[in-house]
Design a binder for this molecule. Structure first.
Ligand SMILES: O=C(O)CCc1cccc(O)c1O
Ligand SMILES: [Fe+2]
Length: 314
């Protein structure tokens, strides 16, 4: 069965701190093209890699990776809340293959996910229940992180599992590219924030609003050039897009986690989701990137990219 790929940046600042209308129009067109691509491919299953931002997964038990056999969206930033339409059988099959490969992935019968999953599903397929999904969490914010080579191996193992599902599988990666939104860091957080990073599920409405306001304010300051967060790095982003399109994904193995932070900001680790998706795609043979959108969008605190790809031997 054929496989296809769509990777995209997400940003909950979309619609909350918008750039010029021409930029929005360009992004809308790119998403429209991605939706057309996906509709044409007609996936039976979405296998989706996405991060979390201390809305669903916390330091009480922080896995590097987790496959969900069932998942709940927390509905942060006005995204759709409630259960995703998870294909449990496919999730178990994928988990078995990944574990057999020696990648020690966590597994959940009630994974909690945030805008990293929900916004992408809503933008690409319309809702969190539109297409059966296997959600795969990739820790992209909570230190310590393993080497990015492990993410590539995770992606390959997922790709092998997908090949045995007898389904048209769309691999999705959600996150990145270069960006440094004000996500708290455990090491430097004050005690009360530390506690929220360990066990912050079900925040009060006031707590959620305060968190979201902090990020929205940061977006406003960043676009005005007065924020203290790291700049976007379009050159780094373009290099990453080139590496992913080249098919020679082992190149990322030499990229240290420190280099991601130094060159592209703390949340650039979210491109782990793109690396995993492309690695999964690579298992089916050579692939061709069929569309690439890229634009720096400081208002959304994102080097903002959208790509689609198909197998060449399809
Ligand atoms: O609320 C948060 O913790 C971060 C929100 C956020 C902002 C910009 C780009 C992102 O990828 C993102 O996730
Ligand atoms: Fe994010």
């Amino acid at each position: 069965m054929p496989v296809a790929l769509c990777t995209m940046s997400h940003s909950p600042l979309m619609g909350r701190n918008d750039p010029a209308q021409t930029v929005i129009d360009d992004v809308d067109t790119a998403f429209e093209n991605a939706r057309t691509f996906i509709a044409h491919f007609a996936p039976d299953l979405v296998v989706m890699f996405a991060p979390d931002h201390y809305n669903g997964v916390y330091y009480d038990l922080m896995p590097p990776f987790c496959i969900g056999a069932a998942a709940q969206s927390v509905g942060d930033y006005g995204t759709e809340a409630g259960p995703l339409d998870v294909d449990r059988d496919a999730a178990y099959t994928v988990a078995r293959e990944v574990l057999s490969s020696g990648v020690d992935v966590a597994f959940s019968e009630r994974m909690h996910v945030d805008h990293g999953f929900a916004q992408a599903l809503q933008l690409l397929v319309g809702s969190i229940t539109a297409v059966p999904t296997v959600p795969i969490f990739i820790n992209s914010v909570a230190e310590p992180l393993g080497p990015v080579s492990r993410v590539r191996l995770l992606g390959e193992a997922v790709g092998r599992a997908a090949a045995n599902l007898d389904k048209r599988v769309l691999f999705v990666g959600s996150g990145g590219l270069s960006h440094d939104p004000p996500v708290p860091q455990f090491a430097t957080a004050p005690a009360e924030v530390k506690e929220k990073l360990i066990d912050g599920r079900n925040p009060t409405e006031a707590e959620r609003n305060a968190r979201e306001k902090r990020v929205i304010d940061a977006g406003r300051d960043f676009a005005a050039g007065v924020a203290t967060i790291a700049p976007l790095n379009p050159q780094w982003d373009r290099t990453l897009l080139d590496v992913l399109a080249s098919g020679y994904l082992e190149q990322v193995d030499s990229w240290t986690n420190e280099s991601f932070v130094e060159q592209a900001g703390h949340s650039s680790h979210e491109v782990r989701t793109w690396i995993a998706a492309y690695a999964a795609m690579s298992v089916a043979g050579k692939y061709r990137v069929t569309s690439t959108f890229y634009r720096e969008i400081p208002e959304w605190i994102a080097g903002f990219g959208i790509t689609t790809a198909v197998s060449i031997d399809e």
